[in-house]
Ligand binder design. Structure first.
Ligand code: NAG
Ligand code: NAG
Ligand code: NAG
Ligand code: NAG
Ligand code: NAG
Ligand code: NAG
Ligand code: NAG
Ligand code: NAG
Ligand code: NAG
Length: 581
């Protein structure tokens, strides 16, 4: 979302509001964005809300966690599993003894190398699984049978108890699992808690099993794709450009903020025909319980409903810190079949509180043609405690996108007892307004897409469709590489190995995905100008040959663990699949 932050004539009067009434250092009654004052005549003041990284401990800890492999299971699922992690951590977990002696005075020590465990349903007491994992391992996938669970809308509590073989110590953890009635209408959408991919069943596959969707689609101007005189031309064109998802902000974000229902039904019927998935936007309804009830009841049976989208930049607007979680809990009670998503705009402002209301967290750092240190519309400096430059705490480079994804993933990894959440990127496809002096080129957009995917974005969006003809086409075309095989098999089959070492050109970002006997490599070159230098990327494994080039220049060659090419164009993007040796 973009706009000049609203700032009315009531500002000065509002300043007299008691400061301690709000949780924020700089309350919403002041001209704030991301908690920082953005207008002159007000002093800089620490916004607060920065993520508090837990201090590392000297002592090693065993951090046992359990999660369902997927956010939901259906009674019709043929297999089901948990993810069990037992890393040695210096942040979270319980202290442990590395084994024990057979008897007092004995010199034979049994080291603590494996953790035996039992997994139980808390409600019925049923034993679901007995097994073991190596100590200091993560991502162990442990199968279990759903037969102990009667399908229902409410989740079941599950616990794990782990001990070393000598049973002298014990470790426990808990999780919740959904086992839902199967579907024969609407859609069910699950997230893979291990690799972040999205899987759907709906009318398109007659509710038979799950298929993967790598979401690639924009926020779209409703007046353009869904005009009130009903014409499917623009929506059809949009789908034919390769986009598989859409988010239509209601009413062009005008104050009323509701869709004209009868009209919107016709468009949604068309989306069903196209199997074009909707992220249903409740940006202005999600803070009102009645409206959530009404809107979820209206649309929850749609076969192309992908996700409920609640807060649009709640951290920028300083919505109540509990607002996203309250909406989340309410929506889950009404419709547990779909994930809840939202976008955060700030780099480091109450991440924990706002992200608590989401299964999927989007970032929307828009770095193109900003002045990162001086606010163009407001005429004041921007820094960690002051000003709004259109991209919070950014440096004004394409890599602001990948840095922001890294930041969010890092915060999430440092929240106790929580697993990872998929991060998606909203790519800048607008400009020539407010903080942004020009519209990105299609090369910049594609570069930001690649940077995002290289940094584990598991879905892409754009603000705003329609953009330039070049961007509309380019973002659709590159997006198709991520949506179909073999690209999606890598993106949803593992996580990226980020930041591969690059020689020849410093400003190249490269990541690798290894699945089976193949490796995909994604390359995004930073400089604007063409270079004739020999570029070489050090791979995390040895490869024997180039299998196929999925996107970009075909000049890549591989020798052992080096992928190289003579010369690289300004902002070049490349995606290559290699055969491992
Ligand atoms: C236990 O000690 C052995 C031998 O020193 C070591 O290799 C291993 O990493 C230790 N395990 C743990 C869980 O600390
Ligand atoms: C646990 O594994 C990490 C890497 O996966 C390794 O760096 C660390 O030394 C291991 N710790 C122990 C105690 O084995
Ligand atoms: C809908 O209205 C727009 C402009 O108001 C016009 O350009 C378009 O032709 C109309 N479409 C139909 C199907 O009437
Ligand atoms: C919530 O929405 C309902 C239904 O649109 C409306 O009647 C009510 O006034 C709203 N409440 C608030 C506090 O805005
Ligand atoms: C959605 O499906 C449920 C279950 O069949 C039904 O009770 C409800 O009326 C349906 N809602 C709509 C809006 O079709
Ligand atoms: C949510 O937070 C607001 C503002 O702090 C508070 O007034 C409200 O009571 C809270 N709501 C709930 C249900 O906790
Ligand atoms: C940002 O604005 C300041 C103040 O006008 C100016 O000195 C600086 O050169 C600008 N930086 C960029 C990157 O445009
Ligand atoms: C940010 O800029 C303002 C205005 O120049 C200044 O008062 C404040 O100290 C700066 N904050 C930081 C963290 O540098
Ligand atoms: C880079 O090379 C391409 C052809 O490979 C050319 O079209 C483009 O103009 C060059 N860009 C610059 C900035 O020289």
């Amino acid at each position: 979302m973009v706009r000049i932050r609203p700032w009315g004539a009531t500002a000065l009067a509002a300043l007299s509001i008691s400061r301690h009434a709000a949780a924020f250092n700089n309350p919403q009654s002041m001209p704030v964005w991301c908690g920082k004052i953005y207008k002159k005549d007000y002093p800089a003041n620490d916004p607060g809300g920065q993520f508090q990284f837990p201090p590392p401990k000297v002592e090693p800890l065993l951090y046992l966690t359990i999660q369902p492999r997927y956010t939901i299971f259906l009674e019709s699922d043929e297999s089901s599993s948990f993810i069990v992690n037992a890393p040695i951590s210096h942040i979270f977990g319980k202290s442990y003894k590395n084994g024990s002696y057979d008897s007092p005075g004995s010199s034979k020590k049994n080291l603590f190398a494996t953790l035996d465990f039992e997994i139980y349903s808390e409600e019925s007491g049923h034993l679901l699984k007995t097994s073991s994992v190596p100590v200091n391992s993560t991502g162990n996938v442990v199968g279990f049978s759903l037969s102990s669970f009667k399908p229902r809308f409410k989740p079941y509590a599950v616990s794990i108890n782990g001990t070393p073989p000598d049973a002298q110590q014990s470790f426990t953890a808990k999780t919740l699992i959904y086992v839902l009635p199967s579907r024969s209408y609407g859609s069910a959408v699950k997230i893979d808690n291990l690799y972040g991919g999205l899987y759907v069943q709906n009318g398109f596959n007659n509710w038979k099993g799950w298929y993967a969707i790598f979401p690639n689609g924009g926020y779209a101007d409703g007046g353009y794709v869904s005009p009130s005189n009903i014409s499917f031309t623009h929506l059809d064109t949009y789908a034919s450009q390769g986009f598989n998802t859409i988010n239509i902000p209601p009413d062009g974000s005008l104050p009323d903020q509701s869709y004209p229902v009868a009209e919107f039904e016709k468009y949604w019927d068309n989306m069903d025909q196209l199997n074009l998935f909707n992220l249903y936007d409740m940006r202005s309804a999600f803070q009102n319980e009645t409206r959530i009830n009404e809107q979820v009841a209206l649309w929850k049976n749609r076969t192309t409903l992908l996700s409920w989208y609640t807060a649009d930049e709640p951290d920028g607007w300083e919505y109540n810190l509990n607002s996203t979680k309250l909406a989340y809990d309410q929506i889950k009670g009404l419709d547990p079949y779909h994930p809840v998503s939202l976008v955060l705009n700030c780099q480091n402002f109450y991440y924990e509180e706002y992200s608590a209301g989401a299964d999927i967290v989007f970032e929307d750092a828009y770095p193109i043609s900003i002045n990162a240190t001086y606010s163009i519309p407001w005429g004041i400096p921007c820094n960690a405690t002051y000003g709004d430059c259109g991209c919070d705490n950014c440096v004004g480079e394409l890599t602001d996108v990948s840095t922001r994804l890294d930041d969010f993933q890092n915060y999430q990894a440092n929240l106790k007892g929580q697993g990872s959440k998929p991060t998606w990127a909203v790519i800048q496809a607008f400009g020539d307004q407010d903080y942004w002096t020009s519209i990105p080129s299609v090369a910049e957009v594609e570069n930001m897409m690649m940077l995002a995917v290289n940094h584990n974005a598991k879905g892409l969006s754009y603000w705003l469709y329609p953009s330039t003809a070049d961007i509309n086409l380019g973002s659709g075309q590159l997006g198709k590489v991520f949506q179909k095989e073999p690209g999606i098999d890598f993106l949803f089959g593992t996580n990226a190995i980020k930041g591969l070492p690059v020689a020849g050109e410093a400003l190249i970002d490269a990541s690798a995905w290894i699945v089976g006997k193949k490796m995909m490599v994604g390359v995004a070159s930073g400089p604007l100008v063409n270079s004739s230098a020999e570029v070489s990327i050090t791979l995390p494994a040895s490869a024997s040959s180039v299998d196929q080039v999925l996107y970009g220049d075909s000049g890549w060659t591989v020798t052992g663990n080096t992928l190289s090419k003579a010369g690289i164009k300004g902002l070049e993007v490349g995606i290559v699949v290699l055969n491992l040796s």
